[in-house]
Design a protein around this ligand. Structure first.
Ligand SMILES: [Zn+2]
Length: 420
C-alpha cells in the first residue's frame, strides 16, 4: 500500500481490537507526529475477548494521543471512555454526547465532561495535529452516529463506524458518497457485521417494519408491549407512528421521555405529552437522583392500573426488568410483546424470565426487528460508490468473506501495523 508518489509521509493504521470480532472496536491512525484513536469500546461478550485492550498512551503512560474520535455512543464503541486518560480530548457529535448523557443518567453509563468534549458538526472539517478530520452522519441504530474521514496530506482514510442503508433518512448514505466523491479513498475501514451474522437477522427497511408493527398492533387482542432501545431514534419513531396509526396511546418510560426531550431540539420528534398521543410511565426500578427529570414529565405520568384497566388502548414500551418490579402479579392476559432489537439479547436471564411470564399469561413474543447494520449487498454497493484503493473489513467475525465479494481487500489482524 505504500506509494512513492505521495508528497507526505506514510500513515499507519492499527486495528487494536475489532479486526475479527463484533464490538470492542479501537483503531489507531497515526502519522509521524500525531496519533488519533477511533472508538474505545467494550466487547459485546467479555468472555470472547477477555484480554485487556493495550493501546500505548490511551489508558496509561506512553506516546501522546492527540484525540479520541467517537463514531457513536454504543458501549461496544465508547464503553472504555472512563479508562481513557483525562487529558485526551474526545471528539464527538452533539447527538452522541446526548446519548452518552442519557446512558449516564439511567444506566450508569459513561460520564464525559464538557471540558473534554470537542463537539463537531457533521460535515465540518477540523484539524488535529497534522490531520484534518470530518465526521459524516451515517444511518445506524443510535442517534448521532458518524463515519470519520481522516486526511493527511493527500492521503484519505474513511472509518465507517457502524452503519446501514435502510433507515428513515435514506439520503444520508447518498450525502456521504457525494461528499467523498471526486478523490478516491486510500483505505476504507468498513464494518462488516453481516459478513458473519446475516443469516440470523432479517433486513427489511425501517418503513416496512412500521407497516408490520402497525398490522400487529391492529389485531393484538390485549396489551401490546414494545421492547427496543429508545436510543434507536428510527425505531422510536416507527413505534410512535404505528401507535398513532392504530389510535393506541404510546406509553414510554422516563428514560425514553428524557431521550425525546434531548432530541426534540435536534430533530422533528414530539415531546411525550397527552396531546401528542403519549404518556410517561415511571418504572419502580429507576435511578434515585433524577427528580428533575421526573418533575419535567409529571403532567404526562400514567399509572400501571390505568393501562391494565383498558389494555387495548395502549402500546407500552417495556423492559424485562419491569416484570419483577412493576408487573408483580404477572403480565396481563394475552399480552403481546413486539421484540425489536438484536435477538442475541433474548438469551439474557431477565429476558428469559420475561418470556416465560408471557407464555404463562397466554401471550406471545413476536420478533419484529431490522438490523442497524448494512446487509452484505449494501456493503458491496457502498464499496462500489466509494471505490477505495483498499478495503479493510472489521467489526465482523469473518472479514475474509469480503475477499469473495470485492477486490482490493486487506485482512488486518489486531495489533498489526498497516502502512498506507
Ligand atoms: Zn453500534
Amino acid at each position: 500500500m505504500s506509494s512513492t508518489t505521495k508528497t507526505t509521509s506514510a500513515l499507519r493504521i492499527i486495528i487494536h481490537r475489532g479486526s475479527h470480532q463484533i464490538g470492542g472496536s479501537c483503531v489507531e491512525i497515526a502519522s509521524d507526529s500525531t496519533r488519533l484513536i477511533l472508538d474505545a469500546g467494550t466487547p459485546l461478550d467479555p468472555s470472547v475477548s477477555a484480554a485487556p485492550l493495550v493501546v500505548p498512551g490511551l489508558f496509561s503512560d506512553g506516546p501522546p494521543v492527540a484525540a479520541l474520535l467517537l463514531s457513536h455512543a454504543h458501549p461496544d464503541h465508547s464503553g472504555l471512555l472512563p479508562l481513557v486518560r483525562k487529558e485526551i480530548p474526545v471528539w464527538l457529535t452533539r447527538g452522541t454526547s446526548k446519548m452518552l448523557l442519557a446512558g449516564k443518567k439511567f444506566a450508569a453509563g459513561v460520564y464525559l465532561s464538557k471540558e473534554r468534549s470537542k463537539i463537531v458538526e457533521p460535515g465540518e472539517r477540523k484539524e488535529i495535529g497534522d490531520f484534518a478530520v470530518t465526521a459524516y452522519s451515517v444511518d445506524h441504530s443510535i442517534y448521532g452516529s458518524v463515519a470519520w474521514l481522516i486526511e493527511h496530506g493527500n492521503t484519505r482514510v474513511l472509518y465507517s463506524g457502524d452503519l446501514r442503508m435502510r433507515g428513515r433518512k435514506e439520503g444520508m448514505t447518498r450525502a456521504l458518497v457525494k461528499a467523498l466523491a471526486g478523490r478516491p479513498l486510500d483505505a476504507l475501514l468498513l464494518e462488516g457485521t453481516h459478513l458473519s451474522r446475516d443469516a440470523r437477522s432479517p433486513c427489511v427497511k425501517e418503513r416496512q417494519l412500521e407497516t408490520t408493527i402497525t398490522d400487529l398492533l391492529r389485531d393484538a387482542p390485549a396489551l401490546t408491549l414494545a421492547m427496543f432501545s429508545p436510543q434507536n431514534l428510527d425505531r422510536l419513531v416507527t413505534f410512535y407512528k404505528a401507535a398513532r396509526r392504530t389510535k393506541r396511546i404510546f406509553v414510554v418510560d422516563l428514560y425514553t421521555a428524557f431521550i425525546m426531550h434531548l432530541l426534540h431540539s435536534e430533530v422533528e420528534i414530539p415531546l411525550p405529552t397527552a396531546e401528542a398521543g403519549m404518556r410517561v410511565f415511571f418504572p419502580t426500578y429507576r435511578p434515585r437522583n433524577i427528580g428533575d427529570i421526573e418533575r419535567r414529565f409529571a403532567a404526562s405520568r400514567i399509572e400501571l392500573g390505568e393501562i391494565t384497566a383498558e389494555p387495548r388502548r395502549f402500546l407500552m414500551l417495556a423492559r424485562a426488568s419491569m416484570l419483577d418490579h412493576d408487573f408483580t402479579g404477572g403480565l396481563p392476559e394475552k399480552t403481546r410483546a413486539l421484540y425489536s432489537q438484536w435477538n442475541g439479547y433474548r438469551k439474557r436471564k431477565d429476558q428469559v424470565g420475561f418470556e416465560r411470564a408471557l407464555a404463562a399469561c397466554g401471550g406471545e413474543l413476536i420478533e419484529c426487528h431490522t438490523s442497524g447494520h448494512a446487509t452484505v449487498d449494501d456493503l458491496v454497493k457502498l464499496i462500489g460508490h466509494l471505490a477505495p484503493r483498499c478495503i479493510i473489513p472489521m467489526h465482523t467475525e469473518r472479514p475474509e468473506r469480503m475477499r469473495e465479494l470485492v477486490p482490493n481487500v486487506r485482512i488486518a489482524h489486531d495489533g498489526e501495523v498497516i502502512q498506507i
